[in-house]
Design a protein around this ligand. Structure first.
Ligand code: HEM
Length: 365
C-alpha cells in the first residue's frame, strides 16, 4: 500500500470508512432536499399571487387590464416601446411570471434531480476503483498555476452558486426560520457577494478556458468515449488523451453556457451602459437558466473528481497522478508521458531539498 492509500496516522479513519459515512450523509441529504423541494413547490403553487399582493398591494386584475391596454394611472403606465422608469408594467409582470413559475421551480428540480441521481448512482454502483494496483510511480499532470486557477474558479463558482440559490430560493427556507431581520441581512450580503465576485470569476474563467483549450479540442476517439459511457460503469477502458470525452464536454459547456452566464451577469452587474429594463429582464432569465444548469452539471463534475473516481483528486491537489490511474483513465496521454514517471521517493527527496532551500534536482525522465 502506498502513502496515498495507507491508514492515516493518529487513528484517522481509512477512506473506505468515510465512504460508509458519505453514503448515509447523501441519503439524509436526499431526504431533506426532497422535503425542501416539496416546500418550495407548495409555497409557489398554493398561491402564485401571494408574493405579488405583498410586493404591489392594490394592483388587481382590473388594473392589470388597464396597464396592458396602455392606460396610465398615478403609479403605473405601460409604454411598450420603453418600459424603463415604469415601476409597474406588463413586460415586468411577464418576466416575474417566467422567473417564479418556470425558471425557479425547474432549476430546483434539475439540481435536486442531479443530486438524487448521483446519490443513487453512488449507493448502487459505488466508487470507480483502480483495477490494477498502483505502481507507486507518479506522472506530472497539473502545474501549480493550473491547480491554483482551478481551485480559485471552483471556490468562486461555489460561492456564486450558493449566493445565487439564496437569492432565488432562500426566502422559502431562511425567512421563516430566522425571521425578517436576519433574512434581510442574509439576502443583502448574498447579493453584494454575488455582484462583486461575479466579475472576478468571469476573468478567471476566461483565463482557465484559454489555458485549457489545446487539450480540449474534440478528437475522433471522444465519440467512442461517449458511446461507452466513459467506462464509468463496469470494466474495460476507453481511449482518452489528456482530457477525456466527459472533461471535454464540461470544458465546452463552460466555454458556451459559462460565458453566456458571465456575459448576462455583466449586463446585470453594470446597468450604467444604457441597457433598458427589458434587456435586463432577458439577461436575468438567460443568467438564471444557464447558471442553474451549470450548477446541476457541476455536481456531477465534483462527484467524479472526488468520491466517484479513485485517484483523480490527487492530481488536482498534488499535481501528480499514479501511473495506473493515467493508464486506466487517459491511456493515450499515458503513452506520451510514460517515460517521465518519477518514484514517490524521488518526489519526497525533491520536496525535502526544496524545503531545505537547495536547488531542485533535475526532472527525471
Ligand atoms: C469542489 C469542487 C471541485 C472539485 C473537487 C473538482 C475536481 C477536479 C479534478 C480532480 C479535476 C482533474 C481531473 C483530471 O485530472 O483529469 C478537475 C478538472 C477540471 N475542473 Fe474541477 N473540480 C471542482 C469544481 C470545479 C468547478 C466549479 C469548475 C468550473 C466552474 C471546474 C472546472 C474544471 C475544469 C475546466 C477542469 C479541467 C478539465 C479538462 O481537462 O478539460 N471544477 N476538477
Amino acid at each position: 500500500m502506498n502513502q496515498l492509500t495507507a491508514q492515516a496516522p493518529g487513528g484517522v479513519p481509512h477512506l473506505s470508512q468515510w465512504q460508509g459515512v458519505w453514503r448515509w450523509l447523501l441519503l439524509a441529504f436526499a431526504l431533506v432536499f426532497s422535503l425542501g423541494v416539496a416546500q418550495v413547490a407548495h409555497a409557489q403553487e398554493a398561491d402564485p399571487n401571494r408574493e405579488m399582493s405583498t410586493a404591489a398591494p392594490g394592483i388587481d386584475a382590473d388594473q392589470w387590464r388597464q396597464v396592458r391596454s396602455g392606460e396610465t394611472g398615478p403609479n403605473y403606465r405601460d409604454s411598450r416601446a420603453d418600459s424603463n422608469y415604469n415601476l409597474i408594467n406588463a413586460s415586468g409582470e411577464t418576466w416575474r411570471q417566467w422567473r417564479n413559475r418556470w425558471v425557479s421551480p425547474f432549476g430546483l428540480i434539475v439540481i435536486g434531480g442531479m443530486i438524487g441521481i448521483i446519490a443513487l448512482f453512488y449507493l448502487i454502483v459505488g466508487r470507480k476503483h483502480l483495477e490494477e494496483p498502483r505502481t507507486g510511480r507518479k506522472l506530472f499532470r497539473w502545474p501549480l498555476f493550473m491547480r491554483a486557477l482551478h481551485w480559485s474558479v471552483a471556490s468562486l463558482f461555489i460561492v456564486l452558486a450558493l449566493t445565487g440559490l439564496n437569492l432565488l430560493f432562500g426566502k422559502f427556507v431562511f425567512r421563516g426560520l430566522f425571521g425578517d431581520a436576519f433574512w434581510g441581512w442574509m439576502v443583502s450580503s448574498s447579493k453584494l457577494l454575488h455582484n462583486y465576485l461575479g466579475p472576478i470569476f468571469s476573468v478567471l474563467l476566461i483565463v482557465m478556458l484559454v489555458s485549457l483549450i489545446k487539450d480540449n479540442l474534440p478528437k475522433k476517439h471522444d465519440l467512442e468515449w461517449f458511446k461507452k459511457g466513459g467506462g464509468l460503469v463496469g470494466k474495460g477502458h476507453v481511449d482518452a488523451g489528456f482530457a477525456n470525452g466527459g472533461e471535454k464536454a464540461w470544458y465546452w459547456l463552460l466555454a458556451s453556457v459559462g460565458l453566456l452566464v458571465v456575459a448576462s451577469g455583466l449586463v446585470l452587474d453594470f446597468p450604467n451602459f444604457g441597457q433598458g429594463r427589458d434587456t435586463m429582464q432577458w439577461a436575468n432569465l438567460v443568467h438564471a437558466v444557464g447558471a442553474l444548469g451549470l450548477t446541476a452539471v457541476s455536481v456531477g463534475h465534483i462527484y467524479i473528481g472526488t468520491l466517484g473516481t479513485e485517484g483523480s483528486l490527487e492530481g488536482m491537489t498534488t499535481g501528480y497522478v499514479d501511473e495506473t490511474w493515467a493508464k486506466e483513465h487517459h491511456n493515450l496521454w499515458y503513452e506520451e508521458v510514460k517515460d517521465q514517471s518519477v518514484s514517490e521517493q524521488e518526489l519526497a527527496d525533491r520536496k525535502a531539498s526544496k524545503d531545505a532551500g537547495e536547488s531542485p534536482a533535475p526532472r527525471s525522465s
